[in-house]
Each structure stands twice: as structure tokens, then as C-alpha cells.
Design a protein around this ligand. Structure first.
Ligand SMILES: Cc1ncc(COP(=O)(O)O)c(C=O)c1O
Length: 357
């Protein structure tokens, strides 16, 4: 992101911070970062944490999730979304997707609600939204909480609202490769002060209330907060450049035979975290072949699959099969877009795909 952010100025700020006499006592950078997040997202509370996984873990505990509770999760998600549920010995219930997009198959979702269901974890893969109106109505009707895994969708919106500000809690990652990053890190957004207070205590050993319950060291370091906050000041430029990059790829690649672009809901504005396409005559070799020639993509480079097929889950919950999700993933080309890709790099990607297709 060197061409977007002023790295000389960032270096200067880091150096000033490291030379300050009392830097190890300060929480100033975290405080400022949280205030700026609140302002950007228009929410009452932002809580910085050490990772997106930590954000999810704190959020589930804040919602009082206990052993045996059931949480509805999308089959199209990643192990990092599911692990925090397993940490608590709660039960992820895998819901099938649509055939057209990443959204839930709402019939399947409603069929899977039981007396033990406590909430829904929506995972907005690749910056895509669900039908939020439908999702909120189901949560309300069934008295379920909604946690949004917004790790890949910083800046994506449903109508005018940012994803991650709509449910009870929104969980973000600041890991390398995300829209803004501090190497590692994350944050939680919520308009509920009680949930916010629990998350704040959980991130730092519950030390502010006399250690009344087990907490964690999920703090974001001051230097990471400084770096993340610095990037946040460039957020509109960062999102604008990504949109230009992604639209360039989408416009060119969609012209090839047998390939069509992912169809977003008209109500959503995606951050275009990953340009997405559907292939008609694809096979898995195509995805790995792309990866072999340097074109990073979810299936070929990271073995992306419906999450219940991962061993850590299939050993616990064998025999799960979501037919739409299987089909969806088998035809999905999701390109990994890095912020430092120039238009020359993008042309190279387009040419390589055109030669293979
Ligand atoms: C959808 C999703 N959920 C959760 C996570 C976990 O975030 P982190 O790696 O910061 O713990 C990630 C990041 O890789 C992610 O992409």
C-alpha cells in the first residue's frame, strides 16, 4: 500500500512513539483508534482486540454462549470463524447457501432452528453481503442474536449501513491482507453498552472488575493501534483503489467465454475484497493450475471448501453435506487481490486466465 499511504510519515510516528518515555504505560493509540472507528462506522462502541478470532471469541462469550448451545453458521465460511464456537464447546450448525450467492438458503436456516439455537454467525466472505432484511427478521422472530464476521468486509454496506454495525456485534480482522492491517489485530463494534463492557473486560483478563471471571490477553498493542489508525485515515483512498483494481479485473475477465461475474444484491455495496466469478466448464485442476502459475485464488491456493469438510470439524461432526454450497464452491473463482497490485500486474492476471480458459 506504499503508493497510497505516506510511509515516511508513518515511520516518523512510529519512531516518535518508540522514543516517548512513557510509551509502555500508554493506551492513547488504542483509545484514538477506537474513537476513530466509532466515528467512521457511526457506532457507540469500538473495542480493539488482538485478532479477528479474538473478536469472535469475546463476542460469543459476551452473548453468554455455553457448552451445548447451537449457533447457526454458513457452510461457506472458514475454520477461523468456527473455532471460537468450538473453544466454548458450543455446537456449530452448518447451513446451506444459495446457488446464486454466498447468502444462506433461508429455508434450510429456519429448518435448523431448535430450542438450543442461541444465535446466528453471518460470515461475509469475500466482502459480500447477505440479505440483511431477511436475516434480521428471522433473528427477531426467533429471538436470536446476530454476530457478524466482517473480517473480509470492512467497508461493505447493505443499503446505507456498514456490515458489522447491523447485528448485535461485528467482528473485524486487522491481519495482513485485510482492508486495513496492523500485521495482526482486530476489533469489535456494537451499539450495546453491556456487550461492549463485557468484551472490554474479556480482552484484558477481566482486571477492571476485580477478576470476577476468566478473561484473556486479547489486547491490541499500542504500536499496532498506531499503524491501524494511520491506515484508517486513508480508508476512502484504500477502498477507492481496490474498487478500481477489482472492476478492472471483473470487466476484462467477464468478457471471456464460460465465465460470468458474481451477482451482488442491488442493495449491497461490496468492498470487492475478492473479485468473484462463476465458471461453467471448470474443474478443480483449473484452480490449482492458476495458483501454480502465480494467480492466487481461494480454491486453488488455499484449498477453500465448505468449512464442514475441514478435518478439525469433520472429525467432530461427520456426514454433513450441504449440496448448494458444494456446487457453489465447485464453480467459484475467487481471486486474491493485493493492494500493491499495479494495473500491469492485473493485465498479467487477465492474460494468464485468458490463455487457460
Ligand atoms: C472470514 C474470516 N473470519 C475470521 C478470520 C480470523 O481473523 P484473524 O486471522 O485476525 O484471527 C479471518 C481472517 O483470516 C477471516 O477471513
Amino acid at each position: 500500500m506504499k503508493h497510497i499511504i505516506n510511509t515516511d510519515l508513518l515511520n516518523k510516528k512510529i519512531s516518535q512513539f518508540l522514543n516517548a518515555e512513557d510509551y509502555y504505560l500508554s493506551t492513547k493509540n488504542n483509545d484514538i483508534f477506537e474513537q476513530n472507528l466509532q466515528r467512521f462506522f457511526g457506532v457507540q462502541n469500538a473495542i480493539s482486540v488482538s485478532s479477528g478470532t479474538a473478536a469472535l471469541h469475546c463476542s460469543l462469550i459476551a452473548c453468554n454462549i455455553k457448552e451445548g448451545d447451537e449457533i447457526l453458521v454458513p457452510a461457506i465460511s472458514v475454520p477461523m470463524s468456527i473455532s471460537p464456537i468450538l473453544y466454548l464447546k458450543a455446537k456449530p450448525i452448518f447451513v446451506d447457501s444459495n446457488l446464486e450467492n454466498i447468502d444462506f438458503d433461508y429455508e434450510d436456516l429456519e429448518n435448523k432452528i431448535t430450542i438450543k439455537t442461541k444465535g446466528i454467525l453471518a460470515v461475509y466472505m469475500w466482502g459480500c453481503s447477505y440479505n440483511i432484511d431477511k436475516l434480521l427478521a428471522i433473528c427477531k422472530r426467533n429471538n436470536l442474536f446476530l454476530i457478524e464476521d466482517t473480517c473480509q468486509s470492512f467497508g461493505s454496506r447493505w443499503k446505507k449501513k456498514y456490515l458489522g454495525t447491523i447485528g448485535d456485534l461485528g467482528c473485524f480482522s486487522l491481519k495482513d491482507g485485510k482492508i486495513i492491517s496492523s500485521g495482526e489485530g482486530g476489533f469489535i463494534l456494537t451499539n450495546n453498552f453491556e456487550l461492549a463492557s463485557k468484551c472490554k473486560n474479556l480482552r484484558s483478563h477481566f482486571s477492571t472488575s476485580n477478576y470476577t471471571q476468566i478473561g484473556y490477553n486479547y489486547r491490541l498493542s499500542e504500536i499496532q493501534a498506531l499503524i491501524a489508525n494511520f491506515q484508517l485515515t486513508y480508508i476512502s483512498k484504500i477502498l477507492k483503489y481496490r474498487k478500481k483494481q477489482a472492476n478492472y479485473l471483473i470487466n476484462h475477465i467477464s468478457k471471456f467465454d464460460n465465465i460470468s461475474p458474481y451477482k451482488y444484491y442491488k442493495e449491497e455495496t461490496s468492498n470487492l475484497f475478492s473479485p468473484l466469478f462463476f465458471l461453467n466448464n471448470q474443474n478443480f485442476d483449473f484452480f490449482s493450475h492458476l495458483s501454480d502459475i502465480g494467480i492466487l485464488n481461494s480454491v486453488g491456493s488455499f484449498n477453500f471448501c465448505p468449512v464442514y469438510r475441514r478435518k478439525m470439524i469433520s472429525e467432530l461432526y461427520p456426514n454433513i453435506f450441504c449440496k448448494n454450497s458444494e456446487k457453489f464452491v465447485s464453480k467459484l473463482l475467487s481471486l486474491i487481490l493485493l493492494p500493491n497490485y499495479s494495473f500491469k500486474d492485473l493485465d498479467l492476471i487477465i492474460n494468464k486466465i485468458s490463455n487457460l480458459i
